[in-house]
Design a protein around this ligand. Structure first.
Ligand code: NAP
Length: 323
């Protein structure tokens, strides 16, 4: 079957590690099913995998992709990407041995993917397969950051660092839908304008002094924005951090953290119940993912390149060839 995969990581030039070609069809374990993939979305995680981050050589070749929508025996499904270790019960994101698809088990950028049956959700008819494929990583993460983790209440202001990214664009749209005032930073005028169209109440240049301090910050950029995030929070405010694309080691500025009594909360993915809540919110409010482009899986390299260059808005979706 056709798949986008990594055979040998390349930390210096991740795109050079991308392979699109034939891979064996997965064989489902007991309790797992084969999903025929209709749409798989691209995440920064896939670029990190090409660089070998979190993916040791012993697990390669590895098909990329954490997110998919597809069909199982004629049923339209969305795949929840968090795979607990066997015997784990409860919130899988707290299982120390949990993985995402494409970390231990083969990923979603292929004609077929094997997943635990318990990881399937029904895809509602009001959501296309392409829209549904955007949700399992970026949208679910943004949902948990804003709801469980941020401490935000209706009318509060949230700063979202990085306007165009998958998580950031989801957070912008969801913050609006949840009744928060959404401020974003964006690295270009085009990205800032697009964020305003997605529901942001104001858009600022990176590092800008804000009109007032915010109640919470949604942080996935890391080193490049961390100091600004700390500076922008009101006393007692919350940074929710789910990623660090630009680097993992910003100056901690602990003096600001304790003196302003800031809360720094780590966040990762979400549960299948939170996924159902997200779908419910989307149905009630009509909020939908921004899809930059839909590409044939055979053209995956074009999508990876756009992500690496930062020249996209929202999500890129790949479509495997239909049977
Ligand atoms: N913990 C979790 O469960 C989880 C889940 C999803 C994602 N993540 C992490 O969250 C991060 C974002 O993921 P994504 O898929 O949304 O990525 P993405 O779509 O590639 O988005 C990249 C974002 O980074 C921003 N950015 C700003 N300054 C940057 C700089 N100096 N260098 C690089 N990027 C910069 C961009 O902002 P502009 O629009 O201003 O250019 C853009 O919003 C990644 O680190 C990813 O691993 C974690």
């Amino acid at each position: 079957m056709l798949a986008a995969y990594v055979e040998a990581a390349n930390p210096d030039d991740p795109l050079a590690a991308l392979r699109v070609g034939d891979r064996p069809e997965p064989v489902p374990d007991e309790g797992w099913v084969l999903v025929r993939v209709e749409a798989a979305a691209l995440n920064r995680h896939d670029l990190f995998s090409l660089a070998g981050v979190g993916l040791p050589p012993s697990r390669m070749p590895m098909i990329l992709g954490t997110d998919a929508a597809g069909t199982v025996d004629g049923r339209d499904v969305i795949v929840h990407a968090v795979i607990p270790s066997s015997g784990w019960s409860g919130d899988a994101t707290f299982d120390p041995k949990r993985t995402l698809l494409s970390e231990l088990h083969q990923g979603t950028m292929a004609t077929l993917v094997a997943v635990p049956r318990q990881n399937l959700l029904d895809r509602p008819g009001w959501l296309t397969a392409e829209q549904a494929a955007c949700l399992p990583t970026a949208w679910l993460t943004a949902y948990r950051m804003l709801t469980r983790d941020s401490g935000l209440r209706v009318g509060d202001t949230v700063l979202i660092q990085g306007a165009s990214g998958g998580v950031a664009s989801a957070a912008t749209a969801l913050a609006s839908a949840l009744g928060f005032r959404a401020w974003v930073t964006g690295s270009s005028e085009v990205k800032r304008s697009a964020a305003l169209e997605r529901g942001a109440d104001a858009a600022f240049e990176p590092g800008a002094r804000l009109p007032e301090r915010v109640d919470a910050v949604i942080e996935t950029v890391g080193e490049a924005t961390w100091a600004h995030s700390l500076r922008s929070l009101r006393p007692g405010g919350t940074i929710v951090c789910a990623g660090a694309t630009s680097g993992f080691n910003p100056p901690a500025e602990l003096n600001r953290v304790f003196f302003q009594q800031l809360r720094v909360i780590g966040s990762t993915m979400g549960t299948i119940d939170e996924f159902r809540e997200l779908l419910d919110l989307m149905q009630r409010t009509g909020v939908r993912p921004t899809i930059d482009r839909v590409l044939d899986l055979a053209d995956a390299e074009q999508g990876f390149r756009a992500m690496a260059e930062g020249s996209l808005q929202g999500k890129i979706v790949l479509r495997p060839p239909s049977a």
